[in-house]
Design a protein around this ligand. Sequence first.
Ligand code: GLN
Length: 494
Amino acid sequence: MKTNLLHLTLAEARDGLKKKIFSAVELTEAYLKAMGEHRHLNAYILETPELALEQALKSDKRLAKGEGRALEGLPLAIKDLFCTEGIQTTAGSHILEGFKPPYESTITQNLKNEGAVFLGKTNLDEFAMGSANITSYFGSVNSPWKRQDGKELTPGGSSGGAAAAVSAGLAIAATGSDTGGSIRQPASFTGTVGIKPTYGRCSRWGMVAFASSLDQAGPITRDVRDAAIMLEAMASYDPKDSTSSSREIPCFEKVVGQGVKGLRVGIPKEYRLDGLRDDVLSLWEQGIKWLQEAGAEIVNINLPHTKYSLPTYYVLAPAEASANLARYDGVRYGLRVRGKTLDELYENTRSEGFGEEVQRRILIGTYVLSAGYFDAYYVKAQKIRALVTHDFEAAFQKVDMILTPTTPTPAFALDERSTDPVVMYLNDVLTVSVNLARLPAISVPAGFSQEGLPLGLQLIGPAFDENVLFRGGRVLEEAANFQPWLHKKSSSSL
Ligand code: GLN
């Protein structure tokens, strides 16, 4: 057993609690202390130490009676996109500052039901719109990883706070959400595991909506087994979300060690995009070899509509966002900026309450939905979405999973990316197709860039077959032997 409580995986901490090597209160206190020492990372918008200690104490009582549930006493971070009853939920936006939901999201309720301890609410891009965690009203998040030039790096986005927390030892695992890559890209940038499950696996009830047909919750963790444990606890059929699936939820943890012998892995040539760096390409080659050595058959496949995915996403996601964000009118939630008339109150509240990126998305969204442009943009994008989905359906006739890099580059410095929003949107080029097709995909830390920063590989599976991702993900993780605590510069390991 590792001695540093902050380096344990969920599975290891679960064992330690069961064997009474430490208590849930001790574990929680260690994390709360680390959070206090790493506030410069800005990973949390709100810390909830009282709640955490109260939950940990209750867990210890249950553990003493041998009644522990799946996540009993395990300290988690919650992305501040999930409504938590009576606890401020902001979605990273000024417009929701001070909003204390009168209800609990299904995801956080499920985690509570399994005995989890909540350390706090993590920072994110405003309404989960972004790829660098720089659009949060509560400030950007710094990655715990450092480059030789010492510049502050992005942990990715939008689940940047969650990924930074798990990577720096400020939570054992965290919840994230992924509309176009927001779990997988931050996981890749911070050397953590992130899985976006099949659309419908996790209830969206109580998760602040960005683009409802794309949004899915999922975990960010330290290894693949932990991702399986977390997803099993998070997933459920929920009558309160009409898109939630009633399919049986397998015991994901059981399949983790089953390997990939005999499985067919597809390599899509359309993902060899111009902007992919050499170190990313060679890691992809390495991943192919690892899976082959583990007994998988490698098959070249085609996903011909890949190049249309990004523009399609950036029509559909803003369209849905503009409709979802109409509810923030200064009357019902959070911020209210008064005016002489009701229209002025709406205008003042929305101008002050929403940041620039959110306003841009609302404008794009209302534009593509407006009467004159609806057919040209929105309807066309829906048609392309169907073609992208069909590409994957055809591919999964031939293969069991697909291997690609997660991101075109490693993490960049916070001040390094151009202010052109389209350049930022290009970060998502390898992740958005999966959301359009409603498929599951995992990012696993598989190696390092030439500057010594983490890089992830992505496995994509057929709908409702997360099992294959846990099997493949575990093989990659073992082969890569990725050891984050040896490299970290500003984490709790020091
Ligand atoms: N980066 C993408 C965007 O800005 C995806 C965000 C997400 O998955 N929530 O829309």
